[in-house]
Design a binder for this molecule. Structure first.
Ligand code: FAD
Length: 460
């Protein structure tokens, strides 16, 4: 048995949730231990947000070269040098990794390398060595899930992890799953010249978004030559001499070089002792209340293992919250609907708050109104030659409860949108704010002007 309380806070997993908790706890003067079996930074930094966004930027550069003529610039796309793309992507990850490692050291956080298990109410054993702490934070993250009977071989049938390590641009890909990860990879590969078909069991791409956003993305993807089958469950896959043959419900067979399985992420909680110690769980997820408390005293849970949006910034915020709660600061719990969401495809889809359907269910269809402003009238969007919209949902005579955006670069607008939602802004409040011209931000301002009954440029 280890000495009582080696740490004030011991964190299991150094991904977005775990490391954010460690940094904030150390800042608040707590003795912090951070256990990690892989790399500091976890999924997001090494095989998630950062490398995928680097690929998407390379894809944007490829599109710019290919489409340069429409801007009067003579350039041509000679091809994609995947070794070069990967070197750029890995360079970004390594720089951030180095920075984060230095930050951990400078904050005096004890980094414990190895595989941890919860072995007591407030004890974690790392490769057999027990550490006791006053508080334990479970932050073991997630892994790419598959479907029953669908085996990932890592060669022809791959997940996002192998997709990020590919040393070539595949000639063709079937992407199983039209959620965020599936749509982002489909977008990258199409920009790099691959034939792409998305298979999605639900009736639309990015099914968690407002229906209008899904429709706009589908339109844009169709125009880009990205094929998709929605409302079409996967049935089976066979590997062939030169790829895969994917059979979907209804009998259609889609042949391609690769099958990317992007059907969601499962909680990484198996065999970690959570069950044995009596942590309340549901289908592998750790149940935590709005203050990130599990059913065990002084055992907390953050990030992808807790049911809800599996996003890095949610994990960060929960990690910070737990550190502050342990330090006695009584922070305000997170409103899940107030977490901004972005799909970084070409075009991007971004949102915060409720979809129109959710707002209708919450407040009653008669008690809400919505407004959609096309980006066609927005100068900067015209300059960028991007199409899309700003859609607002408000409670009648009340605050804005949902903001939905489609178009290149609109992910950057979600910063203002989340302030409006989280501060319960009224369209009238936003209408009086000045938006710089010409920016895409103006479209957000203009939409609020219109919803406040004083549209400047639109016809109504
Ligand atoms: P993780 O980041 O998964 O970290 C958990 C850590 O725990 C890991 O490092 C793991 O090695 C460690 N661990 C697990 N078990 C043990 C053990 N027994 N002992 C020791 N260590 C252990 N989110 C966004 O917000 N924006 C994006 O653009 C985005 N893009 C993504 C793209 C892809 C392809 C993927 C896969 C994910 C993306 N995400 C994105 C989601 C984001 O990566 C996750 O939400 C985030 O990483 C979750 O953080 P976490 O701390 O819960 O878990």
């Amino acid at each position: 048995m280890a000495d009582v309380s080696d740490f004030d806070v011991l964190i299991l997993g150094a991904g977005s949730g775990g490391y954010a908790c460690a940094l904030r706890a150390a800042q608040l003067g707590l003795r912090v231990g951070l256990v990690e079996k892989g790399n500091l930074g976890g999924t997001c930094l090494h095989v998630g947000c950062i490398p995928t966004k680097a690929l998407l930027h390379a894809a944007e550069v490829a599109d710019s070269a290919r489409e340069s003529e429409q801007f009067g610039v003579r350039a041509s796309l000679e091809g994609i040098d995947m070794a070069g793309v990967n070197a750029y992507k890995d360079g970004v990850v390594q720089r951030l990794f180095k920075g984060l490692t230095g930050l951990m050291k400078s904050r005096g956080i004890t980094f414990i390398e190895g595989t941890g298990r919860l072995t007591g109410p407030c004890e974690v054993s790392v490769d057999g060595t027990p550490y006791a702490a006053d508080h334990v934070v479970l932050a073991s993250g997630s892994y790419p899930r598959s479907l029953p009977g669908l085996d990932i071989d890592g060669e022809r049938v791959i997940t996002s992890e192998e997709a990020l390590r590919l040393d070539r641009v595949p000639a063709s890909v079937v992407v199983l799953g039209g959620g965020v990860i599936g749509c982002e990879f489909a977008s990258v590969w199409r920009s790099f010249g691959a034939e792409v078909t998305i298979v999605e069991a639900l009736p639309r791409l990015v099914p968690l978004e407002d229906e209008a956003s899904s429709k706009a993305l589908e339109r844009a993807f169709r125009k880009r030559g990205i094929g998709f089958r929605t409302g079409t469950p996967f049935q089976s896959v066979k590997t062939t001499d030169d790829g895969v043959a994917v059979t979907v419900e209804g009998g259609e067979v889609l042949e391609a070089e690769l099958l990317l399985v992007a059907v969601g992420r499962g909680p990484a909680t198996d065999g970690l002792g959570y069950d044995e110690q009596g942590v309340a769980m549901d289908r592998g997820f750790v149940l935590a209340d709005e203050r990130c408390r599990t059913n065990l005293e002084n055992v907390w849970a953050v990030g992808d293992i807790v049911p809800g949006l599996q996003l890095a910034h949610r994990g960060f915020q929960q990690g910070i919250f737990v550190a502050e709660e342990i330090a006695g600061l009584s922070p305000t719990p997170l409103d899940e609907a107030g977490i901004p969401r972005v799909t970084y495809s070409h075009p991007e889809v971004a949102s915060v708050g409720l979809t129109e359907a959710e707002a209708g269910e919450t407040y009653g269809a008669d008690a809400i109104e919505s407004l959609t402003l096309d980006l066609g009238g927005n100068g900067k969007s015209q300059i960028l030659k991007t199409q899309g919209f700003v859609k607002l949902v408000r409670r009648k005579d009340g605050p804005v409860v949902g903001v939905h955006l489609v178009g290149d670069r609109v992910g950057e607008l979600v910063g203002e949108a989340q302030l409006i939602y989280n501060w319960e802004g009224y369209p009238e409040d936003v209408a009086s704010l000045v938006h710089a011209h010409p920016t895409q931000n103006e479209a957000l301002g203009e939409a609020h002007l219109a919803l406040a009954g004083k549209p400047l440029h639109s016809h109504s």
